[in-house]
Write a protein that binds this ligand. Structure first.
Ligand SMILES: Cc1cc2nc3c(=O)[nH]c(=O)nc-3n(C[C@H](O)[C@H](O)[C@H](O)COP(=O)(O)O)c2cc1C
Length: 160
């Protein structure tokens, strides 16, 4: 395989930029994610690729819930904040306005929309990310007209 072609081709897949939140034992966490898609209408499922060495995956495996916060076009700084791993930055939610959803996962007040999910499956054998499949059990919209932040808007890459 032409590795450069593989990288370029995979990076041409369009992605959004989201903040995925979760909790475990009273502790909250959230991280910036782009490998996220709807995966079923009925029931409504989403699939998220989550690094096996992230703090969030261990927390999601324990609590079996997560939130997806959809950012608006101007909210790259929010995504920048949540790229940091939990250990080096302490409690990432501190100072970021949020509330707890019905699953206990954090909902960012400035997200243009959000969903909350209960984990239905985790496929984690093959790669360096687990594929976490969640069923959407709650949703909210703050700004119906706002456009969502995309990876292309940020100029960043995650993939290849
Ligand atoms: C643009 C961008 C997109 C990212 N997308 C993902 C992703 O889809 N899945 C993932 O596990 N990590 C992704 N990351 C990396 C996580 O945000 C990063 O590993 C974070 O530190 C994990 O936090 P945690 O250890 O507190 O859970 C992305 C990073 C950037 C810069």
């Amino acid at each position: 395989m032409d590795l450069e072609a593989k990288k370029i081709a995979l990076r041409k897949i369009p992605h959004g930029v989201f903040i995925v939140g979760t909790h475990q034992n009273g502790r909250l966490n959230a991280f910036t994610a782009t490998w996220l898609n709807q995966a079923s209408f009925t029931p409504p499922l989403v699939a998220v690729g989550i690094r096996k060495d992230s703090h969030s995956l261990a927390m999601i495996q324990a609590s079996r819930v997560f939130s997806i916060n959809i950012l608006g076009k101007q909210q790259k700084p929010v995504a920048e904040h949540f790229v940091k791993p939990a250990t080096t930055s302490g409690e990432k939610l501190t100072g970021v306005p949020h509330r707890l959803g019905k699953t206990g996962a954090p909902i960012l007040e400035e997200a243009i929309a959000h969903v909350e999910c209960e984990v239905r499956e985790i496929a984690n054998q093959a790669g360096d990310h687990a594929v976490v499949i969640g069923e959407v059990v709650e949703a909210g919209v703050r700004d119906k007209e706002a456009l969502a932040l995309t990876l292309a808007d940020t100029g960043w890459h995650y993939g290849g």
